[in-house]
Design a protein around this ligand. Sequence first.
Ligand code: PLP
Length: 379
Amino acid sequence: MVGIGVPLRKLTHWNLELRRAIRTREGLERKISLSQSEARFFEHFQPEEQPVAEGQPEVGSKRFQIVPLAIPRYYLDLVGPDPMDPIRLQCVPREEEWESGSMETADPLADRTYSPVARLVHRYRDRALLLVTDQCAMNCRFCFRRHFVGKGQGPIRPSELDHVIQYLKEHPEVKELLLSGGDPLTLSDEKLFAIVDTIRFSRPGIVLRVSSRLPVVLPSRITRRFAYQMRTRQPLWFVLHVNHPRELTQEADQALKRLADAGVPLLSQTVLLKGVNDDVEVLEELFRCLTARRVKPYYLFQMDLAQGTSHFRVPLKRGMSLMRELKSRLSALSVPTYALDLPGGGGKVSLFDPPTMLEGEREWIFRTPEGREYRYPKE
Ligand SMILES: *Cc1c(COP(=O)(O)O)cnc(C)c1O
């Protein structure tokens, strides 16, 4: 019995961790003592008992989409005592989440406008995005998909997947499909790879990407078995959401090593966040660490205009000057594209300011920020 019991327990280890994530104020207070702002966040949660004061946001109304609390114990153990600790800021809610900044909405990218069938977002001709589940292991306090994440739709249903498959068959121009959510890795291997295989079977050539934060918020999820399943379903890229070098612990390293050793191509995406990583040293270290772990930094995102996230927003000008500095320090391999997903569904645009380029008669003239000129022939 022992021989059978031990590996089985190992297999479900991450799943127990997922279920044991901290989801209540009480659970959180058993681990950390809340700052004033953190405590005030929770005070807004009893709207029935307290009449809403004049000028306060209407708690519980449709105007506000609050992301539920969810922090794996593993990730909470990384949190420092300082209320401004960069790991803490990402997972512990603050009072500011009840403030709506100008132009902020619950669906800043107009996902719903670009959704031809449930769960599918088709904004660019050749690639689409599938919302595999609304669950995450850790709910990021700056989440931009807050109209969807943790709102109870759960994993994609078979009938929904049928409609998605039908759509993909009718739209052969879709060459890449991103599996996102929520976090697809909150599903069991069986469920996740059944979805992957169903898609592959009906669209054999399609390139898949799976986006996840689990290697850094619940690294035990990346079992050898999972890495092997990824290996056998190439081309299937893994896109890691990571925001701070302290998230790259030994456990996370091991998870990434498993994937890289299995031959899974690895990319990362990072959100530029005030107080977390809006610092050239922090970003430099993050991108260097990623490259050393065989993860290519792919995107650095300017924050989307999601409701209740203004306290995380870094001005565009500051982002661009950080990027200029990073470009001078790092190889092209280690520098991601700094991008903004234009509000209202305009799509992603690169924000790196190219050198001034003048069109001469026979040459292009590049003028650097320092005022030097370089020439390149037009033909
Ligand atoms: C970001 C995104 C993609 C992929 O864009 P890339 O620039 O190829 O990474 C596809 N669909 C949607 C809806 C997206 O938001």
